[in-house]
Ligand binder design. Structure first.
Ligand SMILES: [Zn+2]
Ligand SMILES: [Zn+2]
Length: 369
């Protein structure tokens, strides 16, 4: 059983890293960008080419089909998984944490009630983000949205762009979601956890969803941390000598050995506290990432698109610079290249910040939507 818990802890850490690397901009420099390109561009390409040669074409096709089903179709499996994680984790925490370690002289009994209230709040926010429509654009309301979002820069959003599926003129900042098969106003992203798009109307609930779950996980980590700190001090675990398998002599206690001892003795509770810590930190980083986008006034969709366009323009500028370095280049061509470069810089400015009005002002706007 302990081995299974360790396996789940490592899987959670791996999945969290996988999730966070997705937030890194692949067009930039640095470790995050490198890992993003490696995980989301190079590895799938390598997998597509090499894996069928090793494992055969059929099994790999099946893996891709399964992956596409999980990530790109509208199914309730991830929602069921979410409920299983939250409710299962909560029950385990109550039974093995509050059940075995309370009353506790370091912690008030009120924490017990707080756990119920906070988990309840998280579930209500989750219901809200799942049930509130993201702002679906229909033939009836498309004119309203075109008036509301009419800032077309010709790059991120082009005027009079018709969605072929919905047969409507797409307002600026909207996008057609191929999973939900609808156009969504101020589209942010499609979230598999809530089984719908995150857009104009439910983005505030999405932010609240991240924040409430982040607070819950960090709160649970604090309670667990205090419980184990109490055990460490009260049972004087650092002063004990420990017998370790395969060693005839006892080993003097250290923090690492004491942790191992507590994991062995209170496995289920130690496990759930570590999971809460990993999830709490992951959610905190993800929430901060979304707050930076609120400050910039861009959606996830716009941030990705903007980065791609800027990267393409930067590549063109680099090409021109390479040509200008050549000594045999005629003056006429040189002039034309410099002009082209100037034009590109002008274009570059157009795809700079989209709504740079600051965090609080943008947050107020989001709250009103
Ligand atoms: Zn559409
Ligand atoms: Zn969607």
């Amino acid at each position: 059983m302990e081995l299974l818990y360790v396996l789940i802890i490592y899987t959670t850490i791996g999945a969290s890293c996988f999730y966070l690397i997705m937030c890194a901009d692949p067009n930039k420099k640095g470790v995050g960008a490198f890992l993003n390109r490696l995980l989301y561009i190079r590895l799938p390409t390598f997998f597509k080419v090499v894996a069928p040669r090793i494992f055969g074409r059929k099994p790999i096709e099946l893996v891709f089909k399964g992956f596409n089903y999980i990530c790109y179709t509208n199914h309730p499996l991830i929602q069921i998984m979410y409920l299983a994680i939250v409710i299962g984790g909560f029950v385990l925490y109550i039974l093995k944490g509050f059940g075995d370690h309370f009353p506790n002289r370091r912690l008030s009994d009120l924490h017990h009630y707080m756990a119920y209230i906070m988990t309840g709040c998280c579930l209500v926010v989750y219901y809200k983000v799942c049930s509130v429509s993201p702002g679906i654009i229909t033939k009836e309301n498309s004119r309203y949205y075109q008036k509301k979002y009419n800032k077309y820069d010709g790059y991120l959003f082009v005027e009079n762009n018709v969605c072929k599926t919905c047969n409507i003129v797409k307002p600026a900042r909207s996008k057609h979601c191929r999973i939900c098969n609808v156009c969504v106003a101020k589209f942010d992203h499609h979230c598999v956890w809530v089984r719908q798009c995150i857009g104009e109307k439910n983005y505030k609930y999405f932010l609240l969803f991240l924040l409430s779950h982040c607070i819950l996980c960090l709160y649970a980590t604090y309670i667990g941390g205090m419980v184990f700190y109490g055990r460490l001090m009260d049972d004087k675990l650092l002063e004990l000598n420990y017998y370790i398998q395969g060693r005839p002599e006892p080993v003097k206690g250290s923090l690492f050995i004491a942790f191992q001892y507590m994991f062995h003795k209170y496995t289920a509770f130690f496990f759930i506290v570590i999971i809460c810590a990993v999830m709490g930190v992951t959610l905190l980083i993800f929430f901060t990432y979304h707050c930076t986008m609120v400050a910039e006034g861009v959606s996830t969709n716009e941030k990705i698109k903007k980065s791609d366009i800027k990267h393409a323009l930067e590549s063109e500028v680099k090409d021109i610079d390479q040509k200008l370095k050549r000594e045999d280049i005629p003056d006429e061509e040189k002039k034309s290249l410099i002009q082209q470069k100037k034009e590109l810089y002008k274009e570059f400015d157009k795809v700079q910040q989209y709504f740079p009005r600051g965090f609080w002002r943008n947050l107020q706007e989001i709250k009103k939507l």
